[in-house]
Write a protein that binds this ligand. Sequence first.
Ligand SMILES: [Zn+2]
Ligand SMILES: [Zn+2]
Length: 173
Amino acid sequence: MGTDPPDSRIACFERLCRQRRLPLTPQRRAVLRFVVEREDHPTADQVCEAVRPQLPGISRASVYRVLDMLVRIGMLTKVCHPGSAVRFDPRVGRHHHLVCLQCERIIDVEDPRLNRVPLPDVRGRGFQINDYHIHFRGICAACLGKKNTRARTTRPVGRPRAGHRTGPTNRSR
Ligand SMILES: [Zn+2]
Ligand SMILES: [Zn+2]
């Protein structure tokens, strides 16, 4: 679906670094590998936590710098959804997102029809549209599952109400 396996993405990154004479530091490689291997669009803080064991002493600021550099050279894109932290996406081609309102998980979604959305004519407002992506907000499968099990476990709580059914016996008097 247009996503290369992590190893070929890393190889592509190495090539790009050589072309641009950017030193291929272990930090850069570790940060990219982590984001490319994840499918849930991690935040910068999640990247920090994940690479720390491999890169002891790496500062938050340098992880942020590496992420910005990866975005600048086109290896990652930034995803911004209202009300949530910036997320990093290894898929730079056009695709869309399902955003879970409960756990903030972001799931990629592809549908050719979504790539043919007519753009509004906003030239009159002096705005130039460069790109768009659609995010559908809702509840992910994991959160829905949790909700259902919670509903099942809370059902017995409704039992006291069943006690009111002593009513009909009274009525049958
Ligand atoms: Zn969720
Ligand atoms: Zn994505």
